[in-house]
Design a protein around this ligand. Structure first.
Ligand code: FDA
Length: 392
């Protein structure tokens, strides 16, 4: 059976693949977009709590992690938050800024998927879903892809099958296998934007499950001032998800529980409320049970007035640099994204084309570019998808 011919085949109808296919289709290319899931854009649908945090107006390259921190610059500069906002506006999708530059739909993430499918339709993209992608081969500059029991062929192929986070949504490591098949290297994939688990001495904090507090969390050189949430397994919340991308096994995560308290606040409290206990002083600023646990750990019983300034200063220092030693993460099953992936050294930062294989492209989360929490990962999917779509 001879293969049906296209100008380009895009594998993966997620954020990046849809954007890439629509862009190339609207440039007059005959594009086939394939996905093994039963519907396109499934991760978009569950993103942002169902409202899709589709971009972040503060997008800049230093908010992305990659073995090459410069790689993302070109694509991000050529398709910016203003571009996706203009598209969203064109489709009449109401949106709002929630916090820290994060833009969400007022209505539903479904609107974003519908928008991308309409853009694909405008470009005449042939979207096919719900069959397994089988062998991918290349002969005489022509890629052939088996989809279900049919063969499709094109001179250009785009890998847009994402990373392995949330396998229950159809996520796989397929992109890496395919990349390796064509000689591309893969930076070790790890779960990122993921809750951390606590064991050992820290296990006591798991009893605070459900309690949140605004903190500054640090891992390595990265620091994020947002909410942390205690869970029955350990730590979560935006501040923790952010530092999880920078955290390495064996390293500590430090938390400043009172990032806004002025230096010397505890000795000041001793002067103004000498009869108060440490627990009461903490309880004035933190959720009650958290204050109790921290005070128990600091083991300074009695009234503040009876404690030396030195002891209070030490307690203040500890509260500002509380050290947790996570024993792991909740893994790919709970990770919003995958850090690592197809090594950028093998790709053109202008077009996303493989340097060693003409007309093979890789885009989106499959590539070793990972954004912060807050709309950055979709912005990378749009930008890298657009860059490849322009080049196909
Ligand atoms: P994506 O994973 O979207 O798409 C890959 C596609 O390839 C899928 O459709 C999949 O079915 C298909 N595929 C996989 N293996 C295949 C195979 N073997 N054969 C054929 N097809 C295959 N980001 C953000 O910026 N704002 C947000 O609000 C959120 N929220 C969020 C919530 C949750 C719960 C998760 C898990 C993730 C987020 N993210 C996010 C991250 C964001 O969803 C992610 O970065 C993008 O979806 C990546 O887009 P891609 O197109 O690269 O991959």
């Amino acid at each position: 059976m001879s293969a049906t011919e296209f100008d380009a085949i895009v594998l993966g109808a997620g954020a990046a693949g849809l954007m890439c296919a629509a862009t190339a289709g609207q440039r007059g290319k005959r594009v086939l977009l394939l996905d093994h899931a039963d519907a396109p854009g499934k991760k978009i649908l569950i993103s942002g709590g169902g409202r899709c945090n589709f971009t972040n107006v503060n997008t800049q390259a230093d908010r992305f992690l990659s073995a090459n921190p410069h790689f993302a610059k070109s694509a991000l500069a050529r398709y910016t938050p203003s571009d996706i906002i203009a598209l969203v506006d064109l489709h009449g999708i109401a949106h709002h800024e929630k916090t820290l530059g994060q833009l969400f739909c007022d209505g539903s993430a479904r609107q974003i998927v519908a928008m991308l499918l309409e853009e694909c339709a405008k470009g005449g993209v042939d979207v096919r879903v719900g069959q397994p992608v089988g062998a991918v081969t290349q002969n005489d500059g022509r890629f052939t892809v088996r989809f279900g029991d049919q063969d499709f062929a094109a001179p250009a192929l785009v890998i847009a099958t994402g990373g392995p986070s949330i396998p229950q949504m159809g996520a796989t490591g397929f992109a890496y296998d395919l990349a390796r098949q064509f000689g591309l290297k893969v930076v070790e994939p790890r779960p990122a934007l993921v809750p951390l688990t606590l064991g050992g001495d820290d296990v006591l904090f798991r009893s605070l499950s459900g309690i949140a507090a605004p903190v500054e969390a640090r891992a390595g050189k990265a620091a994020f001032r947002e909410a942390a949430l205690f869970t029955h397994k350990g730590l979560s919340g935006p501040a923790i998800l952010q530092v999880s991308s920078y955290w390495r096994h064996g390293e500590p995560v430090t938390i400043d529980f009172l990032p806004d308290a002025p230096q010397g606040w505890l000795t000041d409290a001793k002067r103004s409320r000498p009869r108060a206990t440490l627990r009461a002083a903490l309880g004035a600023q933190l959720p009650d049970r958290l204050a109790e646990t921290l005070a128990d750990r600091l083991a300074l019983p009695g009234e503040l007035g009876a404690l030396t300034d030195r002891k209070l200063a030490d307690a203040e220092t500890r509260l500002g640099r509380w050290m947790f030693r996570p024993n792991g993460t909740e893994g790919f099953a709970k990770a919003e994204v995958t850090i690592g992936g197809i090594a950028t050294a093998g790709l053109s930062s202008q077009t996303m084309m493989a340097k060693s294989t003409q007309n093979l492209y890789a885009i989106g989360e499959a590539v070793d570019v990972t954004g912060w929490l807050g709309g950055y990962n979709f912005q990378w999917a749009w930008a890298s998808g657009h860059a490849a779509g322009q080049a196909l």
